[in-house]
Ligand binder design. Structure first.
Ligand SMILES: [Zn+2]
Ligand SMILES: [Zn+2]
Ligand SMILES: [Zn+2]
Length: 168
């Protein structure tokens, strides 16, 4: 059942998704230096922490801050242990990454082909038995029990269904 509170719960995740470009930025002081990316759930803001200049422009000491990691294909991820109490992760695929542990991706994989809304036309071409695709972006999933490749896809699906149910 969709409810307004469900939409409110998603608001910080939508902010997280909007802040994605920030996590790919470099500190102006020295782009090669060690940096860490964070998202503050209270401020709904992404920010970087740079080891060199200690650039910590905003004070989030008493806030709920999540660390964001960058992985292959420039994908962004958050540790499952950190986000699992904040967002219902069911149906999203996890990935076990060396030195990080279980990760859930924030954003979907960037695919070579254009993924529009009319993906069903070529599904027979690429699909073989047992292939499991993300319900939103149609990228291939590793796990047959998952429905979404990322938080982005699950949030998109949920917001669409909530908005649709309010239109009725
Ligand atoms: Zn810096
Ligand atoms: Zn904050
Ligand atoms: Zn997806």
């Amino acid at each position: 059942m969709a409810s307004l509170s469900a939409l409110v719960d998603l608001s910080w995740l939508m902010a997280l998704l909007q802040e994605k470009p920030k996590f790919h930025q470099s500190c102006p002081c020295q782009p090669s230096t060690t940096q860490q990316s964070f998202f503050c759930k209270d401020c709904m803001l992404g920010f970087l922490f740079c080891e060199s200049c200690k650039n910590y422009s905003l004070d989030h000491r008493d806030h709920q801050v999540l660390q964001v990691f960058k992985f292959v294909y420039q994908r962004l991820g958050i540790r499952v242990s950190v986000i699992q109490d904040l967002f219902y992760l069911s149906d999203i695929e996890y990935d076990n990454i060396e030195n990080y542990g279980w990760i859930v991706y924030i954003d979907r994989k960037i695919q070579e082909k254009q993924h529009g809304s009319s993906g069903s036309s070529n599904s027979s071409k690429s699909g073989y038995k047992g292939r499991k695709e993300c319900e939103v972006c149609e990228c291939e999933l590793q796990s047959s029990t998952s429905k979404y490749c990322s938080i982005e896809c699950k949030v998109e699906k949920q917001t669409n269904s909530i908005i649709t149910s309010y239109d009725e």
